[in-house]
Design a protein around this ligand. Sequence first.
Ligand SMILES: *[C@@H]1O[C@H](CO)[C@@H](O)[C@H](O)[C@H]1NC(C)=O
Ligand SMILES: *[C@@H]1O[C@H](CO)[C@@H](O)[C@H](O)[C@H]1NC(C)=O
Ligand SMILES: *[C@@H]1O[C@H](CO)[C@@H](O)[C@H](O)[C@H]1NC(C)=O
Length: 475
Amino acid sequence: MAKQASAGPTVAWWVPLQKRWLLAILLMLSVSTVFAFFIRAAFYSCDRHFEVHRNVVATTGALPVESLPSPLGFMKSKLVLLVSHELSLTGGPLLLMELAFLLRSVGAEVYWVTVQKPAGTDEVIYNLEQKMLVHGVQVMYAKGKEAVGTALKADIVVLNTAVAGKWLDGVLKENIPHVLPKGLWWIHEMRGHYFKLDYVKHLPFVAGAMIDSHVTAEYWKNRTQERLRIKMPETYVVHLGNSKELMEVAEDGVAKRVLREHIRQSLGVRDEDILFAVINSVSRGKGQHLFLRAFYESLQLIQAKKVQVPLMHAVIVGSDMAAQTKFETELRNYVIQKRIQDRVHFVNKTLTVAPYLAAIDVLVQNSQARGECFGRITIEAMAFQLPVLGTVAGGTTEIVVNGTTGLLHTVGKEGVTPLAKNIVKLATHVERRLTMGKKGYERVKQMFLEHHMAHRIAAVLKDVLRKSRRHPHTS
Ligand SMILES: *[C@@H]1O[C@H](CO)[C@@H](O)[C@H](O)[C@H]1NC(C)=O
Ligand SMILES: *[C@@H]1O[C@H](CO)[C@@H](O)[C@H](O)[C@H]1NC(C)=O
Ligand SMILES: *[C@@H]1O[C@H](CO)[C@@H](O)[C@H](O)[C@H]1NC(C)=O
């Protein structure tokens, strides 16, 4: 098995002072989620830690500083209420926080409520709320009069994910009709249990729905019609974008090299070895079991063909023994049974994906069934010039150009052999692999940056404002 991450002193002696932030990241790599959160804070948004890093980078002249006006400028002084179904380190809430900060950066008045909060104190929630307060986002109690009053006064109310619909009946009650015309529903999921009238019966009456991919939007349209006999409101597809912070690391050669060396060392993988990784929470739906089968098959193919390739390794980033014990055990047993322990590495769940993206050679996006709603890790990997081996499902098909920025395989057991062959292809054709990575990076630069996302969101918010003005009694 892999060695434990040994952070810090081994690299400290030569890392230049300017790169102290990088060292901080390395030091925290092996620590807890709470620390992971702080790293995410430094990496994925624009708080003070990050500004320090930014200044450092600016003075070394390594990166251009963008100074284009924000497409969201028209939101200045507008009042926006963000309704989050929960507050945790998962994709949905973090994305809504990113929107909160984008809106704050143009001078919008931003309020936040969290619908489902555990009783008592939770360190992660506390930290996230503090972070919002630092950005001038006003965090309110979800169920009080103040929240209702703010909803009535707001120019736009954003409901984040399907489940947030419960807040309408639970809290707004008789005020619902006044709020719906300025409501924007942001949906990031497509699992069956979200298609419940309980959650989404008001969906037809909001100004718009914003969904992360065309496939997901299509799916919602079908399911709401067939299952629930309700009609979707006007629906906007908004592909996500990479944060500036992630792009800065991805484009910083020194940072990438240090992170790569560090992670490879901690895994016991040499520089010349080739590393395939799935970076996703470990669960059957994300297809890690099928990836391991494909990986094993690819090792056999290579042996049979007697081709010369670098030593191949697989990494599963996103393990959580506590949450998915049975499935995790199944994965580990498979690895033992096939005697590939020295080739397969499990890494605990983490928010600091950048070091792993810097360390690997190929990202495998193996989500099953309908796939990812969008799959942000895919564009993050492409930013690091990694080719993607992905299932032909969900958002992946809108991100990865088959044959150009990666290779797609079918979902399910039928996809195992095609994936194994694609693994062999990328292991044996170095030039092709690197070219695909570069093309992926170009695609990110063209379509999947924060400012692209901001432009897309701006167009939606403009539409919502225009529509809500037709209901003057609501404001
Ligand atoms: C939606 O329904 C149409 C027509 O029945 C079908 O062609 C399409 O594949 C469906 N899309 C999804 C995502 O289910
Ligand atoms: C990974 O998580 C498990 C608990 O799920 C824990 O026992 C183990 O120490 C963690 N490993 C690292 C390297 O943090
Ligand atoms: C992807 O492209 C390859 C050729 O580059 C092709 O063989 C394969 O069938 C394509 N896969 C899908 C799912 O379209």
